[in-house]
Structures are given as C-alpha cells and as structure tokens.
Design a protein around this ligand. Structure first.
Ligand code: UD1
Length: 419
C-alpha cells in the first residue's frame, strides 16, 4: 500500500495551477446520459473518482473517448444505453454514482442503482433523491440493496427538499430537464457546482432558471443536444493549498482558479493573518507570521464548506489562541482529530464540536488517512510538523486531489510517495 512521507518545517513558495472541480465534473459526466449526441467536456481532473464514474458510464453503454493531446478533455456519447445499472462494487467506492439515477430515469425510464450504504463520515441517506423522483411520477422500490426505478415519462412538479442536499439537487435538476412541464426545486442547494452543472445543461438545450439560488425552475424539453463544456476550477483544492501556505508560511500564487468561489474560506484565512490578493483567475497569498486561531461552523454554501473543515483543524493546531470548530453537515466528520492528536495536537471533542488549543509546533508521527479531506488535513499537519510524518491509506487522497504531492513539491515541500 502506498504512503506519503513528509519532512515538515519548510515554508511554501511558488506557483501552481488548480485542476477542474471533482464535484462539478462528476455530475457533468452524468449529464451525458441525457442526450444521444456527443458531450465534449474539458478541464476534467485526473482522479480516481473520475475514473470510477467513466467506468460506470462505459458499462452502461456510454462510449468514452479521451483526447490524444489533453488528458483533461473527454468526449462522451450515450447513443446506446443498454445496461442502466450501477452495481454495488462501484457505488460502494463512490457515493456520487447515485447521480446516474435522475438522468437514466429521464432519458430511458429505468434504472437499477445499488443503495449507497453509510460511509465513514456519516449515514448519508438518499431519501431526498428518491422522494423527489417519486413526486415526478417515478415508481421506486428498494429490494436486495438496490433502488429499482421506472417511469413512463417524468412529470414536472414542485419539490421542497427537507434538507439542503447538493447531489440531491443535481439529480433532480437532471431528471427535470427532460420531464413533461415545469419543475420547481425549493430549498435547493446553492453550491457553485450546481451552477456549473446548470450551465452545461443549458449549453445542451435545457431551460433552467435560478441555479445558485434556493429556488430552481426547470422547463422540461423533449430532448437535449450535444455540447462542448469546460468544468469550473476546484474550490476545495484551491482552499486546501491556501490553507497549507497559511499554516507553513511563505508565498504562493494559484492560477486557473477563482476567488469568487471561496468567499467564506478567504475571509477565515485573512482572519488567521494571511494577506490575500486576487484577480480574475489568480489568487496570491503571503503569510509571514504564526497563524491566529480561527473558529468556524460548517454549513451549506455560501457559508463555510464542510469539505474545508479538516484542513482548518490542522491550521488551528498551530494557531495562536483557541478555536472552536463545529461540523453541522455530517455526523462523523471529526475522525482526523485522533490522528492529529498523535502529532501532539491539543484538541477536545464534544459531540460535533472540536476545541483546539493552539501549540507552537506539531511533532511528526505515523498517521492514517480516514477520508478524503482528512487526508489533506494530515498533509498540512505534516508540512508544519517538526520531523518526519508518514501518512497511510492515501488511496482516499487519490480520489479527490490531482497530483497533490507533485504540486506541493513544486511549492518546495519535502513530500514523497513511497510503496
Ligand atoms: C456533496 C459533495 C461533498 C460535500 C457535501 C456537502 C459531491 C459529489 N459531494 O455530497 O463533497 O461534502 O456535498 O457539501 O458533490 N442527506 C439526507 N438525505 C438525502 C441526501 C442528503 O439526509 O437524500 C443529508 C446527508 O446525510 C448530509 C446532508 O444531507 O448530512 C448533506 O448531504 P449532501 O449535500 O447530499 O452531500 P452529498 O451531495 O452526498
């Protein structure tokens, strides 16, 4: 099994490019199911989750063509969809597989998807996806661990989500673009990835208004056509590098990204002492002092993202003062605390709240990644720690960060992957 080896204590300096957003690319790949014409998608990050989604789509009958010149350019054609099934083996490794449900029902009226189980960070049910599709007229039964769904023709309707769900909003938006009549999604998620998906669907001929607000109105069309679309930059990858440099000190410039996607994160980094300058697709950060501790509470966009919580936990470990972090989205997303404590961090946990007393330095240690963003948190901790840190189970990291150790090496970190 591969591990990361980090010798901490070096500030980050230099310039790198940010990859396309995993959480935008995954639903956009599924949008290819909505048309029999080709969808050409650019700025796709090279990640394990993307590979899994391409394999899933391919075994359903979607042809996948990778560009000879550019690994981030992919053309999909779902002319033939002869196997609308998402098997357990794939769904268990990537919950976002549920995103094929809405498009399959809308386009061919049937789908059989393995029920995503609980996963490390929480229970994560899909009741809102199912409730919405049933309201649109789908008949859904669950047996032997599979969601079996059929629909002659989905009908537009008003759907009010009980809770704000990102993939739930995306699934229903994709179902609604080919439904009969108008669908109104209320209490919809407002994440930038939803706007990106909506823009791709609009390029394919869909009629969607309000993406990025909590009410999205979709006027169903009889068919969608092919399009060419480029995925937005990854705001979580951007935020992770910014947080790493705020922790280590130094000066970095991130290209091909957008500060507009990161309001709450940039505010917190500034509060921690980072000097941040932005222009339209670059972010420049300088940090030349010990970070101040910053308290935060995760919540749906535009508030502070749960996907940045673990990285800020690492930052606060060496902050001046005490910080309180409350996780409100997932019930079990503080698993990195135990590992950070192995590095001498002073953290108390009460329910979903962590109280972090900043200390002058962390000690390098042997730690284990428990989920994707927890892995990023341990890397940040390793970068600031005295001595050597070894991180096990980095397959989590490869699901969501493109070439992270190469990018950190460019910035001067002493980090390597070992077998
Ligand atoms: C997406 C992101 C993930 C991010 C999360 C929250 C993708 C591929 N993943 O995950 O990186 O951490 O948003 O920003 O985009 N819930 C229900 N019933 C449902 C659906 C969700 O109870 O039917 C609950 C979940 O258990 C969770 C909360 O709602 O507590 C939010 O989950 P949701 O927004 O759906 O997360 P994902 O879309 O899975």
């Amino acid at each position: 099994m591969q591990k990361l080896l980090i010798h901490g204590g070096k500030p980050l300096h230099g310039e790198i490019s940010i990859s396309g957003a995993k959480n935008a690319a995954l639903p956009i790949l599924c949008a290819a199911l909505l048309t029999d014409e080709s969808l050409q998608i650019g700025n796709i990050p090279v990640l394990r989750d993307i590979e899994t989604m391409l394999t899933l789509l391919n075994q359903m009958g979607v042809s996948v063509m990778l560009s000879d010149h550019n690994a981030s350019d992919i053309t999909l054609s779902a002319k033939q969809l002869n196997n609308p099934i998402a098997p357990y083996e794939m769904v268990k490794t990537m919950r976002a597989s549920i995103l094929v449900l809405g498009p399959l029902l809308a386009r061919i009226g049937q789908a059989r998807i393995s029920l995503p189980g609980g996963c490390a960070i929480g229970l994560r049910p899909v009741d809102q996806h199912i409730k919405g599709l049933q309201a649109m007229g789908a008949e859904i039964s669950i047996n032997h661990g599979y969601i079996n769904a059929v629909a002659k023709k989905l009908q537009g309707t008003r759907i009010v989500f009980d809770i704000v769900t990102v993939t739930g909003t995306e699934n229903l938006m994709m179902a609604a673009v080919l439904a009969d009549g108008v669908t109104v999604l209320e209490n919809a998620a407002r994440e930038p990835e939803i706007i990106d998906l909506a823009n791709c669907l609009i390029a394919m001929g869909a009629k969607i208004q309000g993406a990025g607000t909590d009410v999205i109105t979709i006027e169903g069309q009889s068919s969608l056509h092919g399009a060419k679309y480029s995925v937005m930059p990854d705001r979580i990858e951007t935020g992770t590098f910014l947080t790493a440099c705020t922790a280590t000190g130094g000066e970095i410039r991130l290209n091909n990204t957008s500060h507009q996607l990161l309001g709450a994160v940039i505010d917190k980094l500034t509060e921690a002492g980072a000097q941040i300058n932005v222009n339209h697709n670059q972010i420049h950060l300088i940090m030349n002092s010990q970070p101040r501790s910053v308290s935060l509470r995760t919540a749906p966009y535009p508030a502070f993202p749960t996907d940045m919580q673990a990285q800020f936990m690492a930052l606060n470990c060496i902050g001046a003062g005490t910080a309180i972090i409350t996780e409100t989205i997932f019930e079990n997303r503080l698993m990195h605390v135990q590992e950070l404590k192995r590095m001498n961090a002073d953290i108390e946990v009460e329910g979903n709240t962590a109280i972090i007393h900043g200390i002058s330095h962390l000690d390098g240690a042997h730690v284990m990644a428990t989920d994707l963003r927890a892995s990023a948190s341990l890397i940040i901790a390793g970068l600031v720690a005295h001595g050597r840190t070894t991180i096990d189970r980095i397959y989590h990291l490869d699901r969501g960060y493109e070439n992270i150790e190469q990018k950190l090496s460019i910035l001067g970190a002493n980090i390597q992957r070992i077998n």
